[in-house]
Design a protein around this ligand. Sequence first.
Ligand code: SF4
Length: 385
Amino acid sequence: MRLTEVHFEQGPIRPPSEAYSLLLRMTRNCPWNRCEFCHTYKGQKFSVRSVEEVKRDIDSVQEIVSEVKALSWQRGFGGEITPSLVNLILQHPQHYPDGFRSVILWLYTGEKNVFLQDGNNLVLKTDDLVEILRYLKETFPSIERITSYARAKTVSKKTVEELQDLFRAGLSRIHIGLETGYDPLLQYMKKGVTAQEHVDAGRKVKASGISLSEYVILGLGGRRMWREHAIETAKVLNQIDPDFIRVRTLKLLKTMPLYEKIEKREFTLLTDDEVVGEERLLIENLEGINSTFVSDHILNLLEEVEGKFPQEKGKMLARIDCYLALSSEDKANFRLGRRAGVYRSVDDLSNPALKGQVEDAIRRIDLEQPGGLEKVLSDLMESFI
Ligand code: SF4
């Protein structure tokens, strides 16, 4: 039996690091919505939700929390959020609507983190966002981290004082899609921001005390601009010194405007090996920073290339070299095993059982569709988006 009809609104995406965060929607879709490589909000109109509307959603979350805790008592769990209670709710979506499932995971992981959706909440008036942040923290004093996506262009127009107000009200981290630091590529991809605006925005966020994640798209330069993409992106990051540099690999879908450029042979995608080479060049050129490099997107081939600058730069380059030194058979084996979820790291290739499992899969692919490995890899990657 469904316990409640209480509802709160959630948007389509969140960063991988916010997997267990409570998702609250401040705005709908993206006010820019023109980037060539992005399909998330295409065809969707941007709108701002009112402060009252968002506060009502926060009240709804509180109501669901009370109902989940009451359910815990009824089921004999003493008000605790136990794995059995989580399973009960997750396994019966017909009885528990989306909000319940999202709240139970949030409660189970300690009610600590909140991610504000959608694409660019810094377009809200600073005072409105401050009011929402304060209300959220008053309602749930357990919250430790509140994060949001924002466009660099929008952030660059805020003053450091405004960002400090947001920080004091509880905004702890901003996720910015840098994508690239190479101006011609920013223009080509219609990102609507310059490298200098990225630097200005990033420095302001850092000066305000808010933690900063900058996202880079590996492979975005394609065959024509990969080298400049890596070098110029590193230059921008060196000037910002963000808390986190997060990479994700470009995967094209037909719903992305960039797809047409590929069809017209105007843009050529990099191979996996070329993307790894580009990542190497990016890391090589990162200097004088204290950022943590994170590879937390399932599309990335080398999840293991992670670490803290400057001390772990050598270790990260060594992990990349370890992959690049593999034979072509082992590279193919690793690429399939990694995308199929068999391997986490290149070192897993030394496990004969795992390697044999992937060899069998490659033999089956060759029998069923000779030369079909690239298609299988592409389909696997598409399933991650
Ligand atoms: S700004 Fe972000 S959300 Fe908006 S279109 Fe570009 S990548 Fe997509």
